[in-house]
Design a protein around this ligand. Structure first.
Ligand SMILES: NC(=O)C1=CN([C@@H]2O[C@H](COP(=O)(O)OP(=O)(O)OC[C@H]3O[C@@H](n4cnc5c(N)ncnc54)[C@H](O)[C@@H]3O)[C@@H](O)[C@H]2O)C=CC1
Ligand SMILES: CC(C)CC(=O)C(=O)O
Ligand SMILES: [Mg+2]
Length: 362
């Protein structure tokens, strides 16, 4: 059987907030491109996040994790709502994301930040600062402070409560994510900037030592190091200095939201979460946007472009991926915009219509 004649089993996880609206758009586009290219997608739907908690008492039901493990890839939208903020931590929707990432051993989170020429004026930054940006944030995803032990809220002998989280990285964890980032840099602009807080944190000191050691295997990649506070500033000062940014779980979470704004909106940024083998998870960088849920206002493009990443990284369908990316650009070139990327003179449309326009361009 040729690659193009295959049928892929994809787990679809809509989650909460705008999740169902944007996932519906993304799925329709993937179905259309699959039909056109002559391969099949067999969808299986699972519960995750707040909706899963409400229906099963568990934000990541075991059957969802099993379904994800048994599929070729996972197409995820977003989870969470501020109404769940008072739930015990283990029941919160966001816990499901961590469980899914750990359960699939997805240690590498790739977040490409590319400014589309059509959206240069949608960014809050000046044209000369952002025009031509093409960088990749490589975020470690299954270690660091989101997973480190000990953690919890403890009461000391004096009766005073203390909140504790632990930022910890082993040498092996740093080495494997560094190799992912160096491999990518070799295929891109041959520059890697490792972001840490080594002036203060021992965990970052070890991170920096290991990244420097791994760099010896990649003599054709220029390595630099930057403290995270400076990196946050440099990203808005002169982002074009970056090719690949390698960083840990917490710093990568924050810096990638910041980098999203270079592209005009967080509604534009896709991501891929990959392990050494097995299914990857493809999801937008943004959250469930409860403030605009159910109003047909969400930008579905990050979800759609995450589908393109799934085609490229997990399904070996690069041509289908390129078709989706080109269709998105063509719709933007025609002046159609959701509210988050709207600028004067453009045509304001909703989430569903944006999906229809992209479909029509395929
Ligand atoms: N991967 C995930 O599922 C993530 C989930 N969350 C959860 O999402 C919930 C909301 O968190 P926030 O901090 O508000 O972050 P958020 O990313 O959901 O929203 C931040 C702002 O960006 C806007 N926005 C986000 N995506 C958009 C899109 N596609 N189109 C147009 N506008 C968009 C929202 O309307 C909001 O004003 C929380 O429960 C949070 O824990 C947050 C980040 C990631
Ligand atoms: C809600 C967090 C667990 C996830 C997050 O913000 C992210 O992965 O970008
Ligand atoms: Mg985040």
């Amino acid at each position: 059987m040729t690659a193009s004649a295959r049928t892929y089993r994809i787990t679809a996880l809509a989650g909460d907030g705008i999740g169902p609206e944007i996932l519906q758009v993304g799925r329709a586009i993937l179905d259309a491109v699959a039909k056109r290219m002559g391969f099949g997608i067999q969808w299986q739907e699972g519960l995750i996040g707040g909706i899963a908690y409400e229906q099963t008492g568990d934000p990541l039901p075991p059957e969802t994790l099993k379904m994800a493990q048994d599929s070729d890839a996972v197409y995820l939208a977003a989870v969470g709502d501020f109404k769940y903020d008072t739930l015990p931590r283990e029941k919160r929707p966001e816990r499901a994301l961590l469980g899914l990432r750990a359960g699939l051993s997805l240690f590498a989170n790739l977040r490409p930040v590319k400014i589309l020429p059509q959206l240069v004026d949608a960014s809050s930054l000046k044209r000369e600062v952002i025009e031509g940006i093409d960088l990749m944030v490589v975020r470690e995803l299954t270690g660091g402070i989101y997973f480190g032990q000990p953690k919890g809220i403890f009461t000391d002998a004096q009766g005073s409560r203390r909140g504790v989280n632990t930022m910890v990285y082993s040498e092996a964890e740093v080495d494997r994510i560094a190799r992912v980032a160096f491999d990518l840099a070799q295929k891109r602009g041959h520059k890697l900037c490792s972001v840490d807080k080594a002036n203060v944190l021992e965990v970052s000191q070890l991170w920096r030592e290991r990244v420097t050691a791994v760099a010896a295997e990649y003599p054709d990649v220029e390595l630099s190091h930057m403290y995270v506070d400076n990196a946050a500033m440099q990203l808005v000062r002169w982002p074009k200095q970056f090719d690949v940014i390698l960083t840990g779980n917490l710093f990568g979470d924050i810096l990638s939201d910041e980098a999203a704004m270079l592209t005009g909106s967080i509604g534009m940024l896709p991501s891929a979460s990959l392990g050494a083998s097995g299914p990857g998870v493809y999801e937008p960088v943004h959250g469930s946007a409860p403030d605009i849920a159910g109003q047909d206002k969400a930008n579905p493009i990050a979800q759609v472009l995450s589908g393109a990443m799934m085609l490229r990284y997990s399904l070996d369908q690069p041509e289908a991926a390129a078709q989706i990316e080109q269709a998105v650009e063509a719709v933007l070139a025609q002046g159609y915009r959701t509210g988050d990327i709207y600028s004067e003179g453009m045509t304001l449309i909703g989430c569903q219509e944006m999906g229809e326009k992209i479909l029509a361009m395929l």
